[in-house]
Design a binder for this molecule. Structure first.
Ligand code: PEP
Ligand code: MG
Length: 580
């Protein structure tokens, strides 16, 4: 029977395909007793599960190694393979089977609890974090033992081409692992519009829906579904008429996108001749190719935290430098804005030891981004050194996220000055005039832009966080998604304030938050005085098309009206008129 389930569309487009359902929920493990004569058989069952687990991991490892981006992930899997050879997971459960005359799943659970407890007692964050590895490996063996169809999902496995993923939730690290598997869309029960998983979906250009709430019980594994990322609806088992309608729409979308290619070669300029800077946001070095594909003017935001995900050790200076070199080379002289790492909050690494002991009750307000960098300088310094060295190779700009007060800027600058001295001593090249900028993501920063401007060369407005912090809504929590509103008067006032302050000080200001990539707000942002946008590559040509079809003079009146209005209905009406 056909069924439509509604969520929040976070990445536009239509995908039609078979669904693959994923659950991250923990397995329910029960205990049962065995008679003495069955214990040998139970041990054999356990040993064969170990062999299957190891075979599975080797298979995943081989498939990720073929993909050059994921060598670090291979290291991560290797560590799990090593555990499968360790007596603590191979012999100890067997001893427990004999001792307690119980099933293998239960023996494994006892041993896992035991190991986790021991790791927790260790005062070394690295060893402490190893408990997650133990849990992963144990869950894999338990699933094999249960013999039920594997509800887990190996993101690195390569057999998911043309499937649609339906999950309770996906972390950015999960999304990163599955991006090369030919997945055509995903839908999750949790998550928000500006969660990083949603941002990644947009940059991959695949339709996505979040916040579907209990969708999994209603959809059968492998069933044909339609994901309409524009309307935020997933249709299960669609009838023939719906299917043909959607196929037709899919074709229309494709020809609209092809038509946009024409705008690639023309300058980005409004109808009344105002030149606009339009750059691209990227997440991985490989994404730099998108700049050329869309004819972008440079990279306005390179989110480097993805270098840190799905691995055991943070990248060293050389690895950072290699990644930056790759981007700089692909950009052929165009500017590259490298944002220093923004880990924490929703951008967790799989290996959480980087910020063990941080505030977990409210991570978005906790040890995140520049706060984490200043505290854990062993993560930060190799990155800053690499960015400085990269600045000798092209037009590099350094940008710091989540700044909330001047002292943070001064601390980063002090570290940079020390690194510059060291580089000079070692005769390593760097650009002493590399532009230094910060993101305006915290309302405090937007309110005090004028006070901060003397200390920076440029600013970039990160609306994803600015909206989250201004409206006090967790950007990942679908329960408060209805409050996520880029056109809230408070948000618009803050944006206007910082654009005006930057213009007055003659300092460049851009916007790299998702609001800049949203076709609905482009004209309003032009009306607010924004002249520099950094957008996801998939939206680039559409945004450019709108800019080139706008007249900034004509936008003044409606922008003023929007700023004077408190009613969301009126704002929506005025925005409609603006976009008509
Ligand atoms: C933002 O907050 O708008 C932004 C661009 O940064 P991120 O989404 O990576 O937090
Ligand atoms: Mg941000």
């Amino acid at each position: 029977m056909s069924l439509a389930l509604y969520g929040i569309g976070v990445s536009k487009g239509i995908a039609i395909g078979n669904v693959y359902i994923i659950s991250h929920e923990p397995l329910e493990i029960s205990e049962y007793s065995l008679s003495e004569e069955n214990l040998g058989e139970e041990v054999a069952r356990f040993e064969s599960a170990l062999a299957v687990a190891s075979e599975q991991l080797r298979h995943i490892r081989d498939s990720v190694i073929q993909n050059d981006r994921t060598v670090d992930i291979a290291g991560f899997i290797d560590a799990h393979l090593l555990m499968l050879e360790d007596g603590l997971l191979t012999q100890a459960p067997i001893d427990l089977i004999y001792e307690h005359q119980c099933n293998a799943e239960w023996a494994l659970k006892m041993q896992c609890d035991n190991l986790v407890q021991r790791f927790e007692a260790i005062d070394d964050p690295y060893l402490n974090a190893r408990k997650e590895d133990v849990k992963h490996v144990v869950t894999r063996i338990q699933r094999i033992l249960r013999g039920s169809p594997d509800p887990s999902f190996d993101f690195a496995d390569a057999n998911l081409a043309n499937t649609i993923i339906l999950a309770d939730d996906l972390s950015p690290a999960d999304t990163l692992l599955m991006q090369h598997n030919g997945i055509i869309a995903f839908a999750t029960e949790y998550g928000g519009v500006t969660s990083h998983t949603a941002i990644l979906a947009r940059s991959l250009g695949i339709p996505a829906i979040v916040g579907l709430r209990r969708a999994r019980p209603y959809i059968q594994p492998n069933e044909i579904v339609i994901v309409d990322g524009t309307r935020g609806v997933i249709l299960a088992d669609p009838d023939q008429r719906t299917l043909s309608n959607y196929k037709r729409q899919q074709k229309e979308d494709q020809s609209y996108r092809l038509g946009l290619i024409k705008t690639k070669s023309v300058p980005t300029k409004t109808l009344n001749g105002t030149p606009i800077s339009l750059q691209v946001n990227i997440e991985f070095p490989e994404d730099a190719a998108a700049v050329e594909r869309v004819g972008g003017q440079g990279i306005g935001l390179y989110r480097t935290e993805f270098l840190f995900m799905n691995r055991r050790e943070p990248p060293d200076e050389e690895e950072h430098l290699e990644a930056y070199k790759q981007v700089i080379q692909a950009l052929k002289g165009k500017p590259v804005t490298i944002r220093t790492l923004d880990l924490g909050a929703d951008k967790q690494v799989v290996d959480s030891r980087y910020h063990e002991g941080s505030v977990v009750t409210n991570p978005a307000l906790g040890l995140r981004a520049v706060r984490l960098c200043l505290k854990e300088q062993q993560l930060f310094i190799p990155q800053l050194r690499a960015i400085l060295r990269a600045s000798a190779l092209g037009k590099v700009r350094l940008m710091v996220p989540m700044v909330c007060e001047l002292s943070e800027i001064l601390q980063v600058k002090k570290i940079l000055a020390e690194i510059q001295m060291e580089l000079r001593q070692k005769s390593l090249d760097f650009d002493p005039n590399m532009p230094f900028g910060v993101m305006v993501e915290v309302p405090a920063m937007a309110i005090c832009t004028d006070l901060i401007l003397p200390y920076v060369d440029f600013l970039s407005i990160g609306t994803n966080d600015l909206i989250q912090y201004t409206l006090a809504i967790d950007r990942n929590d679908e329960a408060v998604n209805y409050l996520y509103n880029p056109s809230h008067p408070a948000v618009l006032r803050l944006i206007k304030m910082c654009i005006e302050a930057a213009n007055k000080a003659n300092k460049p200001i851009s916007m790299c938050g998702e609001m800049a990539s949203d076709t609905y707000y482009v004209r309003l942002l032009l009306g607010l005085g924004l002249r520099s946008f950094s957008v996801n590559p998939e939206s680039y040509l559409e945004i450019k098309h709108i800019i080139n079809d706008s007249n900034t003079n004509g936008l003044k009146y409606l922008t003023k009206k929007i700023l004077e209005t408190n009613s969301q209905d009126d704002i929506a009406e005025l925005l409609e008129a603006m976009n008509a």
